[in-house]
Design a protein. Structure first.
Length: 509
């Protein structure tokens, strides 16, 4: 039964707030009347979220016991929504350490409940035979349940929602391949769940009675194969039926290369997704409804979840994406701002142009860069660079944008991430491609004495070792084509922006 304290507001800690689920959970908790504290390794990434002014943000890392204990002070409910997926061969050990630190801190700080979102596992497969990803998710749940703190461990299979990795994988495979040679896992039964139902269960779990501490399987009403999911997507998206030919010898490793080639999801994320789909993942119970009752039409059917996700994509209302969280393993160092920086070489390519347009028109072009709008220079060079990045396991160029017109700090933008944005003035991107060093791209809007725009573009590279220096000098001959062309084309595009779009100078956010 639901808790007697169903109306009591809680003080909630959310880890992973910059991620896909965490970024959507925070506003739902606020809507339910709870106080929210977000713990993030880089709090500045939450600065531009629409709810940022309504929450407390603290700096912390789940592997650091001191910062976690500090973040747990006066917390009633602690949400564990982080994982070390793709951080390297030892990611299971990182997950184990993080969960242990979190569990110990929750117990010592007297937290009333831990809520965790993990993966649904098949009952007839020994844990040692599961994929490393599923095995680690199961172990994390066990560590939290053994903490002595009442714990709700939700277990979901495929989550369907605009911007989720599972949805993007399904979407791109179906839309781009009318005929598919697929792995045998397309015939495996799955119980997908809408992201809205996941959020509803996460919010409702905060108010469970103290005596409840267990796992709950969560899923939608449909049990279908991945082949059926693709055919239903094609039908809803008004595409012809897809011809799907399963091939048993396509291993998860080969599948991940195939998925990485066709979809924006990089191989590092595609592989654990593919490995998870090898197993039949169907809910064995729906006990969650005893504590978080389902309303009429809940949980959503697979078809309704798909329609809602597609509608969000078409209306450019995707609040978070699978790429919202930083890609593990890529450089995250901030741009050195000291003009006399002593950290080694820092190469620059600077371009400046006067623009026959207002600063607002120039800013509109700058903030709209990337994704469908492209990069305003030698498209083939960007495509080749993105393809090379994907070949070595990088994110490539196909992550696109969360929003077609607006950016915020922390957004992924093709193979860049927004490190800083000052509306109407500055956009700074940090490279997340595989490089022998650190790279940034800055675009500035300035205004001359006549009120017209001046454009300043700066590409920076901090090389790592001899290979880094060799890389810079090998590509520098092409900078005039790539970066020079970009500056000229951005200026040209700004001059053709309709005058109605030219006010005000600093666009509202």
């Amino acid at each position: 039964m639901p808790s007697d304290s169903a109306e009591k507001p809680m003080h909630c800690l959310v880890t992973g707030a910059t991620g896909y689920i965490g970024g959507r959970l925070v506003p739902e908790l606020l809507k339910a009347g709870h106080q929210v504290r977000c713990m993030a390794r880089s709090p500045e990434k939450l600065r531009d979220y629409p709810w940022a002014g309504e929450v407390e943000v603290v700096r912390g890392d789940v592997t650091d016991a001191v910062s976690v204990a500090s973040a747990m002070a006066d917390i009633d409910v602690a949400y564990y929504l982080v994982h070390a997926l793709t951080t390297g061969a030892d990611f299971e050990e990182t997950d184990r350490k993080s969960a242990t630190v979190f569990a110990d801190a929750a117990r010592e700080r007297g937290v009333g409940r831990i809520v965790y979102l993990g993966g649904l596992t098949p009952p007839d497969v020994p844990e040692r035979e599961l994929s490393p990803h599923l095995r680690s998710r199961a172990e994390v749940g066990r560590i939290l349940l053994d903490s002595g703190v009442p714990t709700t461990a939700l277990r979901a299979a495929v989550i369907i929602g605009s911007g989720s990795a599972s949805f993007e994988m399904l979407r791109y495979l179906t839309e781009r391949l009318p005929v598919m040679v697929t792995p045998s896992w397309v015939s495996t039964r799955i119980q997908p769940i809408a992201v809205r139902d996941v959020l509803r269960y996460l919010v409702g779990s905060a108010l469970m009675p103290a005596e409840v501490s267990r796992t709950f399987d969560i899923g939608g009403p449909d049990i279908i194969t991945y082949r059926d999911m693709m055919q239903r997507y094609a039908e809803i998206a008004a595409l012809p039926p897809r011809l799907i030919l399963p091939v048993p010898m396509l291993t998860p490793r080969l599948s991940s290369h195939w998925i990485g080639l066709v979809t924006p999801v990089p191989r590092s994320i595609a592989r654990p997704l593919a490995e998870s789909l090898r197993y039949e993942v169907v809910c064995r119970e729906h006990d969650i409804a005893q504590y978080v009752p389902d309303g009429a039409g809940q949980p959503f059917t697979f078809e309704k979840a798909l329609r809602l996700a597609l509608q969000r994509v078409r209306e450019a209302q995707v609040t978070t994406r699978w790429s919202s969280a930083s890609v593990p393993g890529v450089p995250s160092d901030p741009l050195p701002t000291d003009p006399d920086w002593a950290g080694g070489s820092l190469y620059e390519d600077v371009r400046e142009l006067d623009v026959d347009a207002s600063p607002a028109a120039l800013w509109k072009v700058i903030e709209g860069i990337g994704g469908e709008h492209g990069w305003y220079s030698f498209p083939l060079a960007w495509v080749v660079r993105g393809s090379l990045d994907r070949l070595v396991g990088g994110v490539g160029l196909r992550r696109g944008r969360r929003d077609t017109d607006r950016l915020r700090v922390g957004d992924s933008l093709d193979f860049w991430r927004v490190e800083e944005i000052q509306p109407g003035r500055l956009l700074r991107l940090r490279a997340e491609m595989r490089l022998p060093g650190l790279a940034w791209l800055e675009m500035h809007t300035e205004q001359d004495e006549h009120g017209r725009a001046h454009y300043r573009q700066r590409a920076l590279f901090h090389p790592r070792g001899l290979l880094g220096h060799a890389y810079w000098w090998s590509v520098s001959p092409f900078h005039a084509i790539v970066f020079g062309g970009m500056a000229r084309n951005i200026a040209r595009a700004a001059s053709s922006v309709p005058s109605a779009a030219e006010a005000p100078a600093a666009l509202p956010r």
